[in-house]
Design a protein around this ligand. Structure first.
Ligand code: NDP
Length: 296
């Protein structure tokens, strides 16, 4: 039986519409415009595309968008000074430093210099700690998007067996924390996991965040499982460039109950969740109720 395809593009549009509604209310009722600052250091082409797309969508939902484009040779002191300025700017509620940074800059130092309340990427060590202890935090955008899609599809996730493949700080680990927070029984698999097929086959929910094209085939899946494919891999097939996930969509969609496609699954949710985090940060900064359905 063919799986239900979870349409991340359509779902992201509903998240952006919710964000736009909250932004309009913040403006009308409180005279506040949420503001997002994105800092890009250097000329990385993929980063430039992401930053443009973030800026465009920020404006589309009615928020203020500020972009700081710095030269690749910017010193750490100058970057930290800019972050300090944004930390103290009352019109800026979210700060995102586009990664990766040029090699001479210490990523951890830079990320941990962002005010945690404005850390809309959720990478600051304080937010990592708050998430892992089940406290209110800023949640990394990609795992938040995955969680929203899972909740939308299943309602409650309580008691489900979940396997997250990948243990990175930006996807795998926070994803596992979020699933644990929703009372799943969570296994994290990685490159050293033994008998990974058997581990995956136990799962009601599979989140693949590996970065290996089509690594996870359908015959690793429990029939009816829900599969969230985070991977974005560029490959060449039949002489054409193609984007594929970490899951082999063709075989997996024969076995799974529901599956996200690549492209059009997790990808569009990531920026939508960045906007959701910014409006949440703005509400918190002003002591206002948090927007419903946009946080973990
Ligand atoms: P990382 O490279 O940081 O982490 C990859 C993880 O996969 C590691 O934990 C690694 O294990 C594990 N892994 C590697 N090979 C295997 C294997 N053979 N079996 C099991 N596990 C393996 O990647 P990210 O987490 O940053 O990204 C993962 C994917 O998600 C990429 O394709 C990336 O492009 C995509 N992505 C998509 C986003 C979106 O918006 N949709 C956002 C962010 C990422 P180990 O730790 O043992 O090395």
């Amino acid at each position: 039986m063919a799986a239900t395809v979870i349409d991340g593009k359509a779902f992201a549009a509903t998240v952006r519409a919710k964000v736009a509604g909250h932004v309009a209310r913040l403006k009308e009722e409180h005279g506040i415009t949420p503001g997002l600052a994105v800092v890009l250091v250097g000329e990385d082409p993929a980063s430039q595309v992401y930053v443009r797309s973030k800026g465009k969508q920020t404006v589309e939902v009615g928020m203020k968008s500020v972009e700081h484009k710095l030269d690749a040779s910017t010193s750490e002191a100058d970057l930290l000074a800019l972050i300090d300025q944004l930390n103290n700017d009352p019109e800026i509620h979210g700060i995102l430093v586009q990664l990766p940074l040029p090699k001479h800059l210490d990523e951890d130092l830079v990320i941990n210099s962002i005010n945690p309340a404005k850390d809309v990427d959720g990478f600051h060590i304080s937010n990592v700690g708050l998430l892992s202890t089940g406290q209110k935090s800023m949640v990394p955008c990609t795992p938040l998007g995955c969680l929203m899609m899972l909740r939308d599809h299943h309602g409650s996730l309580s008691g489900m067996d979940a396997v997250v493949i990948g243990r990175s700080n930006i996807v795998g680990k926070p994803m596992a924390q979020l699933l644990l927070g929703d009372s799943c029984t969570v296994t994290i698999a990685h490159s050293r996991t033994k008998n990974i097929e058997e581990v995956v086959r136990r799962a009601d929910i599979v989140v693949a965040a590996v970065g290996r094209p089509e690594m996870v085939p359908g015959d690793w899946m429990k029939p009816g499982a829900t599969v969230i494919d985070v991977g974005i891999n560029r490959i060449e097939r039949d002489g054409k460039n193609k984007l594929v996930g970490d899951v082999d969509f063709a075989s997996a969609s024969e076995v799974a109950g529901a599956i996200t496609p690549v492209p059009g699954g997790v990808g569009p949710m990531t920026i939508a969740c960045l906007l959701a985090n910014t409006v949440t940060a703005c509400a918190r900064a002003n002591g206002l109720p948090e927007p419903e359905g946009l946080t973990a």
